[in-house]
Design a protein around this ligand. Structure first.
Ligand SMILES: Nc1ncnc2c1ncn2[C@@H]1O[C@H](COP(=O)(O)OP(=O)(O)OP(=O)(O)O)[C@@H](O)[C@H]1O
Ligand code: SF4
Ligand SMILES: [Mg+2]
Length: 320
């Protein structure tokens, strides 16, 4: 019997008016894995994440399919989506403060989040919440429960948001730039913690980041987004060892490597915003391999035997 993937995103597109934020994105996340989504600002990472859990504004036009445990959730009713969010798919967004209600105590918020999904008493929910705060290394969980968000440090708040995302035991966590608002010294600790708590529960993670260093250290597989398309998807080891797509190659070259005497080369030009329907390779304006062929249509997906995929018509050609 073939296992149903945990999450299947198929041909997903998101438009905001004339802006094509996401164009025909497909990927699959399996149970327990850490799947990276990496790309520059504006690549469509958050739009993809929000489309998966139905959190985009009404004005966004979303097309395609999102199956969670085999069930279509794209365009599902609010009631279905509310059930999936939290209990099926938890999410942690960039800004911890906006994820918490500033005028209600942490304990009240956590207890409520659990009681939406699980039939437990207030007392039982409080115990689960306190234990979870301990698990995310909040030193005095009882005190934290009776605190307001602004009484906590940034790092503590982000831990509380992680606890809130995990409280109903979801099978998948979407972590969108979870640490970028934090001090560099705290970032690594919070990330490790998130991954440990997810691994302990067997939860899969979609790790959204612009940082290839984070991908290298945390992910099993990764999709590289550029201009709203998946430029390349591969096992992390293969991606770093032998990138296929010129954008991936450029991203790797632009990454400073500690302890290695290799100069890093910034990617020329700036990231694009796709207006109107995409009719060419979105990377063409910045790509040193670009030819006329790249401008006639969006490059088709090439799939190699081991499953890695990319969208580039000159991917296997040597560097000129
Ligand atoms: N609510 C919105 N209304 C209009 N345009 C939007 C909206 N949200 C995103 N966009 C546009 O869609 C594109 C993709 O945005 P998205 O937020 O998904 O990028 P991102 O990859 O998450 O970037 P970042 O790394 O900066 O978070 C961008 O061009 C952005 O300007
Ligand atoms: S399709 Fe062409 S422009 Fe796009 S990445 Fe490949 S070589 Fe560069
Ligand atoms: Mg984003």
């Amino acid at each position: 019997m073939i296992d149903t993937p945990l999450l299947e995103v198929n041909d997903l597109s998101v438009r905001f008016g004339s802006v094509a934020a996401v164009s025909s994105v497909s990927f699959t996340v399996r149970s327990g894995e850490v799947f990276g989504v990496v790309g520059e600002s504006g690549a469509g990472k958050s739009a993809t994440a929000k489309a998966i859990i139905g959190l985009l504004p009404q004005s966004a036009r979303v097309e395609g399919s999102v199956r969670f445990r085999g069930e279509e959730i794209r365009g599902a009713s609010d009631a279905t989506l509310r059930k999936v969010r939290g209990a099926g798919i938890g999410y942690v967004f960039q800004d911890a403060l906006t994820a918490l209600d500033p005028v209600r105590k942490i304990g009240v918020q956590l207890i409520e989040s659990l009681q939406i999904h699980k039939d437990v008493s207030r007392k039982e929910a409080a115990k689960v919440a306190e234990d979870l705060l301990g698990e995310v290394q909040i030193k005095d969980p009882a005190r934290c429960m009776s605190s307001f968000p602004h009484q906590l440090s940034g790092g503590m708040r982000q831990r509380v948001v992680i606890a809130a995302a995990l409280i109903a035991d979801p099978a998948l966590i979407i972590a969108d730039e979870v640490t970028s608002a934090l001090d560099v010294t705290v970032q690594r600790r919070v990330l490790d913690l998130l991954l440990k708590v997810c691994a302990d529960r067997g939860a899969a993670v979609i790790m959204i980041t612009h940082d290839l260093g984070v991908v290298a250290q945390t992910c099993d597989r990764v999709a590289v987004l550029y201009g709203g398309i998946v430029a390349e998807e591969a096992d992390v080891f293969d991606l770093f060892d032998a990138p296929r797509h010129p954008y991936t190659k450029a991203l790797l070259q632009s990454m400073p490597r500690i302890g290695e005497d290799v100069p890093f080369v910034p990617i020329p030009g700036s990231a694009i915003q796709v207006v109107g329907k995409l009719h060419s390779c979105p990377f063409a304006g910045r790509c040193s391999y670009a030819t006329q062929e790249c401008l006639v249509d969006v490059p088709p997906v090439t799939t190699e035997e081991d499953g890695r995929q990319y969208r580039c018509v000159h991917a296997l050609e040597p560097v000129s």
